[in-house]
Ligand binder design. Sequence first.
Ligand code: SF4
Ligand code: SF4
Length: 181
Amino acid sequence: MSKVKKKVKVIKIDLDKCNGCRACEVICSAFHATPKYSNNNPARSRIRVIHDPLRDIYLPVYAGEYTAAECMGRDKYVIDGKEYSECDFCRASCPSRDVFKEPDSGLPLKCDMCEDDPAQEKPLCVQWCLNDALVYEETEVEEEEKKEVKQEDVEIGLESMIDKYGMQKVLETVARMTKKS
Ligand code: SF4
Ligand code: SF4
């Protein structure tokens, strides 16, 4: 199978440099407001800063994929003498936390690297972080090219299933799967 090159965009986070100013939350929520820049509300930001000033903890995390189920992650990490929970580092919009959810609708929020109109040279949270705690990086990775699914291949597959199990069984299975999704 042939390989294709894919651009991967990441924001590298340097915890030692973050002072919890939350400028990243402000600009992210303002950029994604409708209309743009009409308001800012950190609860709508796709980057959140977990902060605990008494323990000198400032941990920016940007939103990743939505997950429908809680995980079993309850571990604790001690880094430079500061204790973090596993959840602190998690980027998922998940049922057990209020972060990365649109406050009015509850819909999950996900970082889009500010790939919106107008296009940004760098993600806005990175541009607004005056302490350089957020650093934007682009790398190229090689991955296997996904094979295009041809309609005739699907039909051949279905015909063989029908031959083997019968039309009724195939239809019942599809109906059951459709209900689940
Ligand atoms: S803008 Fe930078 S320093 Fe301020 S909270 Fe966000 S990551 Fe931390
Ligand atoms: S890259 Fe853009 S969308 Fe993602 S967290 Fe930063 S400001 Fe928000």
